[in-house]
Design a binder for this molecule. Structure first.
Ligand SMILES: NC(=O)c1ccc[n+]([C@@H]2O[C@H](COP(=O)([O-])OP(=O)(O)OC[C@H]3O[C@@H](n4cnc5c(N)ncnc54)[C@H](OP(=O)(O)O)[C@@H]3O)[C@@H](O)[C@H]2O)c1
Length: 296
């Protein structure tokens, strides 16, 4: 006998455009309730209106969130808790594929790309713990680019220079942030998996069309018109389907999984190292303290 369909309540960050937009639409079409975030009110409202039009009867709402501001993260968590929201899935999709050419330090004193991909999602998930169902699942949207040997400037996360004071490069900022995101997902699973709040890290594959939106110069044209034709590229729709399948994964299944764009596999030795994951978690706790925070 098949289980009757039960809609899940799903939070998707960065749900106004790119893969996030198609993911929200796919989840709504599958009958789930979606709360998504957007940085700008006009983008959030325009996207919500479009989703309601395309999926009649959809239960969808949006809230503002800028992960480059811990005050914004605390604000959203506080609002969702006060509103009594409960989630079975959180998809940490928001991200910046084209970090700035020059290093940017946020008002919180952190390197911007690392904050957007790790510190903000860590803080949001931790503050939302009382609103997460048991079992539930966090899906971190990762990138196979964090693997050693991926094209371009190599990944090199130095614990004595996490903000890349000495060797900033936008590609390294992105790769380091995605490596650190894997540490976050794996350490989250170690700490919270036993309580039923699981975490996985999922790369949707290489999606040049959405990556082109924030690319610069000739790279933008290449990503938009040439690379989508390559056999190693995937479409935004396929990426969104894959992510939606992860969001629908049986929440009781253990987490800590890594999907590299093609299969569930083991990430690099550094990404698997539990000591590095613990060390990174200690930094997260220092950068974004949650103890003594009112939940709501
Ligand atoms: N495209 C790929 O090939 C690829 C491959 C592997 C993994 N990924 C990952 O997939 C995710 C989505 O990528 P995408 O291709 O859909 O990118 P995208 O089209 O550039 O969309 C990024 C989304 O994140 C939001 N965002 C950016 N900075 C933010 C911030 N500071 N606070 C809150 N939201 C922010 C954007 O909002 P705005 O509209 O306000 O900018 C937008 O909604 C990212 O995590 C990316 O790293 C992408």
């Amino acid at each position: 006998m098949t289980e009757p369909f039960r809609p899940k309540s799903i939070l998707v960050t960065g749900g106004n455009r790119g893969i996030g937009r198609l993911l929200v639409l796919e989840l709504l079409r599958r009958g789930h309730h979606v709360v998504f975030t957007a940085r700008r009110p006009d983008a959030g409202e325009t996207a919500r209106a479009e989703y309601s039009r395309l999926v009649p009867g959809a239960q969808v709402e949006w809230w503002p969130l800028d992960l480059a501001s811990l005050a914004s993260v605390r604000g959203l968590a506080g609002t969702l808790l006060r509103e009594g929201r409960r989630f079975e899935v959180v998809v940490h999709n928001a991200g910046t594929l084209a970090p700035p050419p020059e290093r940017r330090i946020t008002a919180d004193g952190l390197e911007e790309t690392l904050q957007i991909h790790t510190v903000g999602p860590y803080l949001l998930s931790t503050l939302l713990l009382p609103a997460l169902a048991r079992p539930s699942r966090l899906v971190f949207i990762g990138s196979a680019l964090q693997e050693p040997g991926s094209r371009g400037v190599p990944v090199r996360f130095r614990f004595d220079d996490p903000f890349l004071d000495a060797e900033y490069h936008p590609d390294r900022a992105y790769k380091n942030a995605k490596l650190a995101q894997l540490w976050l997902a794996r350490e989250w699973e170690r700490r919270h998996g036993g309580d039923g709040v699981h975490a996985d890290d999922v790369c949707p594959g290489f999606v040049p069309v959405t990556a082109s939106a924030t690319a610069r110069g000739g790279m933008r044209l290449l990503l938009r018109w040439v690379l989508p034709l390559m056999p190693f590229a995937t479409t935004p729709r396929a990426a969104a389907h894959l992510e939606a399948d992860w969001a629908e994964r049986d929440p009781a299944l253990p987490g800590g999984a890594y999907f590299d764009g093609a299969r569930v596999t083991e990430p690099s030795a550094d990404a698997r190292d539990p000591e590095l994951a613990r060390a990174f978690w200690a930094l997260l706790e220092r950068w974004a303290p949650t103890r003594g925070q009112p939940h709501g």
